[in-house]
Design a protein around this ligand. Structure first.
Ligand code: PLP
Length: 420
C-alpha cells in the first residue's frame, strides 16, 4: 500500500492538453489509409497530390555551397562549433537585402531569427504569449496553428462540429471568396497565412491592410505565415505583411526555405520580430516581443547548422535565385495544368495562381473524406480532404502541384476520364 502511494506520488503527470488532441495528425491519418490501400492493391500506380512536399532536388548553387561548407567543417582552421542562436550574420544580411529591402522594408539584423523552419517557430511562438489570449484562425487552416494552441492550453473543449470552444474561427469559403471577415468578438492573436495553405488563395494589399488596421486599433497581434511567398505571381499581392504601413507594430512574420528552395528535408526558415512590436504583461508593463523571443531562442534553441545556413545563403546568389525561380515556375505550371483540367471538368476551382495548392469543391455535395476515398480507390490519386483543415473545408479537396510534370499530367488525364 505504501509502495503504491510512493509510486503514485512520484509519478510524472502529463500535459493533459495533449490528451485533448485526436491521436493522429491529418497527414498520418491519410498515410494510414494510403498504406492500407497499397497493401491490398500492390499493382496500383499511385500518384500523390496530397502532402505539400517538394519533389525537385536542391539546386546546384545550394549543393555547391553545402559541399564547400562541409570542407570548411572538415578543416581545423575553418571548423565552426556553436553558431549564434539567431543565425549567422552572412545569412541574415542576405535575407534583409533580398526579401525586404528590395520591397522598401527596412529591418535591423537583430529583428531576424534564423530557425530550422517555419513550423517549429509557429508552434513555439505560443510559449512567449499568455495562455488566456483568445486566438483566431481562418477556417480551413494549416493544422499546426490550432494543434499547438491546444497543446498550450488555449483551445477550450472540442465541440461536436469540430470547433474548439475558445478559438475564434474565421470561415473562408467560396461564398466570401476566401477573404476572412474581421472577428465578431474580441481576439488577441490572429493567425493569417497568405498565400494560403490549404486554399491557395491570397489577399491583396488593401485586403491585408484591413487586418493590420484592425490589429493596430485593438492591440491584437498578427502571426503572419508567408511560407508560400515565393509563389506569388500577381502584382497586387503583398509578399510581406510589412508592406502594409504600421505592420511592424502589430505583426510577426514567418518565412521558410522549404518551398522557396526545396529545403523541406534540409530545414531552414526565419522569423521576423520587429523591435517596434510592443505588447503588455498583465500588470500593464510594456514588453518588446523581440527581446522575449530572443530570450526564448537563446535558451531553448542552439541555432541552425553552419552547412545549412551556407546553403540558405546560396539561395540568394544570382545563380541560386535563378535556379530556385525555375523550380517554382515548374510547380506553378503544374498548378495551372491542374487548375485548367478541373475547370474543364466543370468543377469550382480556387488557388493555383499564386500558390502550389489547388482547392476545389467536390461535385454533387459529396463530403471531403468520401471524395478522398473515391479518388484513392478509383483514380489511385491521393489528395487531402478539405475538412481535415477545419469545418469550413468540408466539401472541398486540396491537390498539390509539387509532383513531377509527368505525374501531374497523368493524374489529370485520370480525372478527365473519370465518371463521377
Ligand atoms: N506554414 C505553412 C502554411 C505550411 O504549409 C508549411 C508546410 O507545409 C509550413 C509552414 C512548414 O514550413 P517548414 O517546412 O519551414 O517548417
Amino acid at each position: 500500500m505504501i509502495d503504491e502511494l510512493i509510486i503514485y506520488k512520484n509519478m510524472a503527470l502529463v500535459n493533459e492538453n495533449y490528451l485533448k488532441l485526436g491521436g493522429r495528425y491529418l497527414f498520418s491519418e491519410i498515410a494510414g489509409k494510403v498504406n492500407a490501400f497499397k497493401v491490398s492493391h500492390p499493382e496500383a500506380k499511385m500518384i500523390s497530390m496530397g502532402i505539400g512536399d517538394v519533389t525537385k532536388p536542391l539546386v546546384g548553387a545550394v549543393v555547391d555551397a553545402m559541399h564547400q561548407a562541409v570542407n570548411e567543417m572538415a578543416s581545423a582552421n575553418t571548423f565552426r562549433g556553436y553558431g549564434p542562436e539567431q543565425g549567422y550574420r552572412f545569412l541574415v544580411e542576405k535575407i534583409i537585402k533580398f526579401d525586404f529591402e528590395s520591397r522598401g522594408i527596412h529591418l535591423d539584423p537583430d529583428e531576424v531569427f534564423v530557425s530550422d523552419g517555419c513550423k517549429s517557430d509557429m508552434g513555439n511562438i505560443g510559449g512567449i504569449l499568455a495562455k488566456d489570449n483568445i486566438i483566431a484562425v481562418t477556417d480551413p487552416v494549416y493544422p499546426v496553428y490550432v494543434d499547438t494552441n491546444v497543446m498550450d492550453g488555449r483551445s477550450g473543449t472540442l465541440n461536436e462540429n469540430g470547433n474548439w470552444s475558445n478559438i475564434v474561427y474565421l470561415p473562408c469559403t467560396a461564398e466570401n471568396k476566401f477573404i476572412p471577415s474581421l472577428p465578431s468578438k474580441p481576439v488577441d492573436i490572429i493567425y493569417l497565412c497568405f498565400p494560403n495553405n490549404p486554399t491557395g488563395t491570397t489577399l491583396t494589399k488593401s485586403e491585408l491592410k484591413v487586418w493590420v488596421d484592425y490589429a493596430l486599433t485593438t492591440g491584437a497581434l498578427i502571426l503572419f505565415d508567408a511560407a508560400y511567398e515565393a509563389f506569388i505571381t500577381e502584382e497586387s499581392v503583398p509578399h510581406s505583411i510589412y508592406e502594409i504601413d504600421g505592420a511592424k507594430k502589430c505583426a510577426i512574420e514567418f518565412r521558410s526555405f522549404s518551398k522557396t528552395a526545396g529545403f523541406t528535408g534540409l530545414r531552414c526558415g526565419y522569423t521576423v520580430v520587429p523591435k517596434e512590436l510592443i505588447t503588455s504583461a498583465s500588470t500593464g508593463e510594456k514588453v518588446a516581443l523581440n527581446a522575449l523571443w530572443n530570450r526564448r531562442q537563446t535558451t531553448k534553441f542552439n541555432g541552425v547548422s553552419y552547412v545549412t545556413q551556407k546553403a540558405a545563403e546560396a539561395v540568394y546568389s544570382q545563380e541560386g535565385r535563378a535556379q530556385c525561380l525555375e523550380n517554382i515556375a515548374y510547380y506553378l505550371k503544374n498548378a495551372s495544368l491542374v487548375r485548367e483540367s478541373l475547370l474543364d471538368m466543370g468543377l469550382e476551382v480556387f488557388g493555383g495562381v499564386n500558390a502550389p495548392y489547388i482547392w476545389f469543391k467536390t461535385p454533387q455535395g459529396i463530403d471531403s473524406w468520401s471524395f478522398f476515398d473515391r479518388m484513392l480507390n478509383e483514380l489511385h490519386v491521393i489528395g487531402t480532404p478539405g475538412v481535415g483543415f477545419g469545418p469550413s473545408g468540408e466539401g472541398y479537396v486540396r491537390l498539390t502541384a509539387f509532383g513531377s510534370r509527368e505525374n501531374t499530367i497523368e493524374a489529370m488525364s485520370r480525372f478527365q476520364n473519370w465518371i463521377l
